[in-house]
Design a protein around this ligand. Structure first.
Ligand code: ZN
Length: 250
């Protein structure tokens, strides 16, 4: 099967055998990987990967809500404002209401990061576990033009607004078994979907890698009732559009 897939969200800095993971991705129809950052240290590490694997690994810069309590936030904000080299987005950022971190602090950080993204006109990659409606509202208020709601599993009403506003959702391999994720994909037009691995996250106990973005694509095809071959390029186009990435026939 000859398809082309971009893994739109991977934590390459958390993968132990990076060379092995890249080789496996290349032989599994993955034509590019977007590595997302979670703090300054992670941002710098994946920026280096994007130089080593130029034209194959792209990277973003972010501050993950899971990290904010342990970071020097001023230093993190300064980094996001000033960092420019080949960065394709701001993320992973957002809100997570299932963790203990104070919600007001999370919102303060998210709001600061959103205004940085807005001033830099970069797409935002959003993590919003149990916080979909607040995250959507904040993105809207700041006037963000491009946003990806990663692993969307929120309500139908928030999803409708996301689609209406031209934002995207990204599907993970959980699209093969998570009922909330499946429902969201069912309701979202193909033009508003991209696929990712979120690797090395475990799905049902198995550690993933970037090649798993193909499983996400297969799950979306199954939900939409169309052939993977007929879906792949449409998803690829959405991914290239949001990240401003150009891919060539190789
Ligand atoms: Zn992630």
């Amino acid at each position: 099967m000859s398809i082309r897939v971009i893994d739109a969200h991977s934590h390459l800095d958390e993968i132990t055998d990076i060379h092995g993971a890249i080789a496996k991705a290349k032989s599994s129809n993955i034509i590019a990987i977007v590595a997302v950052g979670t703090c300054k240290e992670s941002n710098i590490k994946i920026a280096r990967f994007s130089e080593v694997y130029r034209g194959y690994v792209y990277h973003t810069v972010g501050i993950h809500p899971w990290n904010i309590e342990s970071l020097d936030l001023e230093e993190e904000f300064e980094f996001l404002k000033s960092y420019s080299r080949n960065c394709v987005g701001i993320g992973e950022v957002g809100l997570d209401y299932r963790i203990k971190t104070d919600r007001d602090l999370q919102k303060k950080v998210f709001s600061e990061v959103l205004s940085i993204a807005e001033s830099r006109k970069l797409p935002v990659i959003i993590h919003a576990r149990a916080a979909w409606s607040d995250a959507y509202r904040m993105v809207r208020e700041v006037g963000i033009e491009k946003a990806i709601f990663h692993w969307f599993s929120g309500s139908d009403s928030v999803l409708k607004k996301i689609v209406r506003d031209g934002y995207l959702i990204s599907a993970t391999p959980a699209a093969s078994y998570s009922l909330t994720h499946i429902k969201a994909i069912k309701l979202t037009p193909i033009e508003s979907i991209i696929v990712e691995s979120d690797s090395p996250v475990s799905y049902r106990g198995i550690v993933s890698d970037p090649s798993w973005a193909v499983k996400s694509l297969e799950a979306v095809a199954k939900i939409k009732g169309i052939r993977v071959e007929d879906l792949a390029d449409r998803i690829l186009e959405n991914t290239c559009r949001i990240y401003g990435v150009k891919v060539y026939n190789r």
